[in-house]
Ligand binder design. Structure first.
Ligand SMILES: Cc1cc2nc3c(=O)[nH]c(=O)nc-3n(C[C@H](O)[C@H](O)[C@H](O)COP(=O)(O)OP(=O)(O)OC[C@H]3O[C@@H](n4cnc5c(N)ncnc54)[C@H](O)[C@@H]3O)c2cc1C
Length: 413
């Protein structure tokens, strides 16, 4: 049970958790290599606080080395080619063969409308974008703010709703020269369609109570930069003074070029083992495509949402499965798709959605009442996630575990 090499592609949420969990369970003598193009990691859930000036970029960023167990070798390289048949990955600097591979490359963002701040266009889906949006909101003197979801799928189904609520909350506290309106446009038929109509209606009520206009089934067609006008596929249009975009998401280039991509470009995996069509090559997180029971459109099967909470639990399942295979024991672990989301609603309160996304005939997800406890739970999670591996991280983990057992939420950290 040694001299086995496990290569992890991508050092975001899925990659970091896989690396640390494998370091915990794999006996020494086996090799764990993490390949990541960036030396620093930022915690995306906190971009929402960064955009309303509740965080500074350095507070939500950490050196990747500090977040990953010392047993793991990190290569700061960009994966360029995956030869799944022969189990070889080629980066911009090296060629590495492996026995097992975990692909955790996330999703790429379409940059077409990014870096257009001179036309009032922003995004809170990148670290830099959220910081720039924070500065724009600080000096915004009123008018129309639009949050627009460019296309489906996108990561974190709650994020646009949180973005709109936090923006409205932040701007209402400032003295603005002109009247304010905040509107949210999305191609979805309702908020978080994967979670069912009941939860969607609860979110609509919260938006309504905050005075946020909600426009479902609005597919973005184009943006007229000079006139500051958004045009939709239906022929409707809307003017904006400030636009906050959820950019289109696409599979990573290296996956599109490889035989791992399915017809949609993402990586199809077994829904319980997360194994791709190639034995011993797994994928976790946003890069995967997993069909789940239910459908909100006749021609579109429902997919497991792209979210950190799933990248995290999938990474633990995959690490356990790899450990079992290496040790020759049958694995009892499988990914069960229980997931949760703290939905920030402004004013330091959040909702808490929790459920089983593999439940049949459709996911069974409930939203708990808004409360400060969910907001502070999210803050504690952020502190734990960004703490360097070591004593304090373990203390924060114990606190999170204690909180989750009191609240009866099974979280695996
Ligand atoms: C504003 C916002 C708020 C969010 N809030 C939440 C939340 O509250 N709860 C939740 O569950 N999720 C949330 N998410 C979603 C969550 O961040 C993602 O779902 C999660 O990060 C996915 O993890 P991953 O490992 O699949 O991908 P990522 O974390 O994106 O990691 C992918 C990594 O791969 C690296 N990479 C890519 N290509 C290459 C290459 N060719 N070579 C080497 N390295 C490469 C990238 O640099 C990156 O580090 C939020 C996202 C955003 C944007």
């Amino acid at each position: 049970m040694h001299n086995i090499r496990v290569v992890i592609l991508g050092g975001g949420i899925g990659g970091i958790v896989t690396a640390n969990h494998l370091a915990k369970v794999l006996p020494s003598g086996n090799e764990i290599i993490l390949i990541e193009k960036n030396e620093t990691h930022s915690f995306a859930a906190s971009y929402l606080w960064l955009m309303v000036n509740r965080r500074r970029p350095e507070q939500i960023t950490a050196g990747l080395r500090n977040l990953v167990d010392k047993r793991v070798a990190i290569l700061y390289e960009e994966a360029k080619e995956i030869d799944a048949e022969n189990k070889i990955v080629t980066t911009d600097k090296s060629k590495i063969n492996f026995d097992y591979m975990v692909v955790a490359l996330g999703a790429e963002l379409d940059r077409t409308h990014l870096n257009k701040q001179q036309f009032g266009i922003h995004t809170f889906f990148t670290l830099d974008g959220a910081a720039k949006l924070g500065r724009a909101l600080e000096t915004f003197d009123g008018g129309s703010v639009s949050v627009v979801v460019c296309s489906l799928p996108y990561k974190c189904p709650g994020a646009p709703y949180e973005g709109a609520m936090l923006t409205a909350d932040y701007l209402k506290k400032r003295e603005l020269r002109k009247p304010l309106s905040v509107n949210l446009y999305t191609p979805e038929p309702q908020p978080l369609p994967v979670a069912g109509p009941e939860l969607g209606n609860s979110v609509k009520e919260i938006l309504h109570a905050k005075g946020i206009g909600f426009y479902p089934q609005h597919q973005l067609q184009s943006i007229n930069y000079d006139e500051r006008k958004i045009e939709f596929a239906s022929g409707n249009s809307a003017s904006y003074d400030l636009l906050a975009l959820v950019p289109s998401h696409k599979p990573p280039q290296v996956i599109l070029k490889s035989t791992l991509a399915d017809e949609s470009g993402w990586v199809s995996v077994d829904k319980y083992t997360l194994e791709s069509k190639y034995p011993d090559i797994f994928a976790v997180g946003d890069v995967t495509s997993i069909t789940i029971p239910g459908s909100w459109s006749p021609d579109k099967p429902m997919k497991l949402p792209k979210a950190g909470v799933f990248a995290h639990s999938q990474a633990i399942s995959v690490s356990e499965i790899i450990f079992s295979r290496i040790s020759g024991n049958p694995s009892r672990n499988s990914f069960c798709a229980d997931g949760f989301c703290m939905l920030e609603a402004g004013e330091d309160i959040a909702g808490f959605a929790y459920g089983d996304f593999y439940a049949s005939p459709h996911p069974d997800v409930k939203l708990k009442r808004l409360g400060k406890i969910w907001h502070w739970g999210k803050v504690l999670f952020e502190k734990w996630w960004l703490a360097p591996v070591g004593f304090w991280k373990n203390v924060l983990r114990s606190l999170l575990k204690l909180g989750s057992s009191v609240l009866r939420i099974p979280v695996d950290l």
